[in-house]
Design a protein around this ligand. Sequence first.
Ligand code: SF4
Ligand code: SF4
Length: 127
Amino acid sequence: MESAPLPNADCLHCGVCCHSESHEYVWVTGYDWDLLGPDAERLAHFIGNRAFMKMSEGHCAALDIRRAADGGIEYFCTVYERRPTICHALGRGSPECLGELETKTAAVALSTQQKLAAGDKPAPPRM
Ligand code: SF4
Ligand code: SF4
């Protein structure tokens, strides 16, 4: 249940919590790794004895930032149905979500504008 008005209509037009400069940001459990199946090696890796989603250009490697048909920006999780447990746990409108929005929204918006302006669009997912 949402606890406060959110600036974006839905997560597809937000993507803030999929961004981080940390390479140990999205923890991948053994269950998550199995769920990713053939995409696990491409999208996740081990750091020490723990696995994490790979990060690319400041966001999760599974995130596709793209132009929508209406010219808007979409932040599309290419493994949405198989996303890690920690992504499931971060509910839209939760305190964690609101914290992410408060601390990262401006930086994500700037980063996205720079990527799209430079034509530096992430490669389409190989599913
Ligand atoms: S959960 Fe919150 S921070 Fe994450 S994409 Fe949705 S609205 Fe944005
Ligand atoms: S797996 Fe999907 S929901 Fe989770 S951080 Fe990556 S792009 Fe975002």
